[in-house]
Design a protein around this ligand. Structure first.
Ligand code: HEM
Length: 456
């Protein structure tokens, strides 16, 4: 869809020249972006990053135009997608025909019907993974939150979404390697316009990690491509997908999509669940209410899918968690045709950044935006909001494929842990994440779990 550029009154974007912002970007890029977004207060912003001058769109109307109304015009392309394109090629995270083919292949795994079919298996995997917390809890030994949330999520996702085809030995290589990729890509993600010939910190670690990742993934592809079984999992869907001309899918395409799906299904959920515990630590009233709801519904039983509809407060806590920490915090687009956004003329090739992290923290959109308050998500309060005031899963044609999976999985993990243990953090942590492709805590986080003295 194109816009009649001449008919819309022109405005200037809110400019932030480099000399005013550079020191803040060097010190703490996310806080600096938050400051700029607050000052822009919903107006279209033009950032000056030296080598690149992207627009930043935070107003819900502008977000809706970019992600939905003019989705065809604002594509996942340009310099900001380079690090991901290098890593995952023509996968579900690409654009155009390659993206469409991957999406057609993977969508059946994520329909509400299929996700509902998988929830029993998911509950079992989660309860089993949470069992491993019994021992440190009995011994009063603190757990390191991020790797433990990662372990629970990985065990669940591998069993349920990847059809249990990734063996424990493969997972032991894949998971730390993937972690290395996620952290070492940060500089390339934050400075995408730096040419590849100029070395950046993390480059070598990234290259090493990709080599190991490829060994594991291509080996898995070779093992399963001709005999993936008949499950409704990601592996089977990819191996059985015919190409446009009816031939078998090529190894590289399966590898790219396996990597994209592993990345999107594990890192995001792990980080969201990691941010949960410091929020509960700082809001004991919310934790008490959660515990009371879970005790009343689940009691001493193991969590089951049928419990979820009876746990509305759990749902609200998870929604509010993703308002403050939408771990897919920034997704760029590039205009392909002239248009007007927020009154500002946009030219083909202009990058436009969209960030739920920033929109979710705008005072003109949210009352007391920095306060954690799950009551914002009562059905009545939710109805009053702009559709794009809250978009942790994006919107339009690229809206997150895994949002139902995430909701079910996160709610069951939270419920399973709180039905069995009372958490206590050794200390609170900085509320401001460290940015890369996702939002990671700046320090590690230790938590002691006390078993709730109940016969199980
Ligand atoms: C906290 C959890 C999650 C968050 C915040 C999140 C966020 C997002 C966002 C913002 C996008 C849109 C990107 C864009 O428009 O360019 C997206 C896309 C996607 N997400 Fe998620 N996601 C989460 C969990 C998951 C899970 C659990 C899965 C899979 C099981 C998943 C799979 C995907 C896929 C495949 C896409 C690409 C869809 C497309 O382009 O057609 N995500 N996600």
């Amino acid at each position: 869809m194109s816009v009649d550029v001449g008919a819309v009154p022109r405005q200037k974007p809110k400019n932030f020249p480099l000399y005013r912002t550079v020191a803040g970007f060097v010190r703490d890029p996310l806080r600096q972006l938050e400051r700029i977004s607050t000052e822009g207060d919903g107006r279209l912003i033009r950032l000056d990053l030296g080598a690149s001058r992207p627009y930043l769109a935070t107003h819900p109307d502008h977000v809706q135009q970019v992600l939905r109304r003019e989705a065809e015009n604002f594509q996942r392309d340009g310099v900001f997608w380079r690090p991901l394109r290098d890593l995952m090629g023509d996968s579900i995270l690409a654009e155009g025909a390659e993206w469409e083919h991957s999406k057609r292949t993977l969508q059946p795994v994520f329909t509400t019907r299929n996700v509902n079919r998988l929830t029993g298996l998911m509950a079992e995997a989660i309860n089993d993974a949470v069992d491993a917390l019994d021992e440190p809890a009995r011994e009063g030994r603190p757990i390191d939150v991020l790797p433990e949330m990662g372990r629970i999520v990985n065990e669940t996702v591998i069993k349920v979404l990847f059809g249990d085809k990734i063996s424990p030995a493969d997972a032991d290589r894949l998971i730390p390697t993937f972690d290395q990729i996620a952290t070492s890509i940060s500089f390339r993600f934050l400075l995408p316009f730096v040419p590849r010939a100029i070395p950046l910190p993390g480059d070598r670690a990234f290259k090493d990690a990709v080599r190991v990742m490829d060994e594991v993934l291509f080996d898995l592809v070779a093992r399963y491509r001709d005999d993936p079984g008949d499950g409704s999992d990601i592996f089977t869907a990819l191996c059985q997908a015919p190409t446009e001309d009816g031939g078998p899918p090529d190894d590289r395409w399966i590898r790219d999509n396996l990597l994209a799906m592993f990345a999107t299904s594990t890192e995001t959920t792990t980080l969201a669940l990691t941010w949960l515990w410091p929020l509960l630590h700082d809001h004991p009233d919310v934790e008490d209410r959660l515990v009371a709801e879970i005790d009343g519904v689940v009691g001493g039983a193991r969590v089951r899918p049928e419990h979820l509809p009876e746990l509305p407060y759990v749902t609200r806590v998870v929604q509010e968690l993703l308002r403050l920490y939408p771990v897919g915090w920034m997704f760029p687009r590039m205009a392909t045709r002239p248009t007007v956004l927020g009154g500002v003329p946009i030219e083909p090739g202009d990058p436009v950044l969209i960030s739920p992290f920033l929109t979710h923290r705008l005072a003109s959109v949210w009352d007391r935006p920095l306060e954690f308050d799950p009551e914002r998500f009562t059905p009545e309060n939710s109805r009053k909001r702009h559709r794009y005031a809250y978009f942790p899963f994006g919107g339009g044609p690229h809206q997150c494929l895994g949002r139902h999976v995430f909701n079910v999985e996160a709610q069951m993990i939270l419920t399973s842990i709180l039905s069995r243990f009372r958490p206590s953090l050794s200390e609170t942590i900085s509320a401001m994440p460290r940015i890369g492709a996702t939002l990671r805590p700046r320090q590690s986080l230790e938590m002691t779990l006390t078993p709730v003295g109940r016969e199980r």
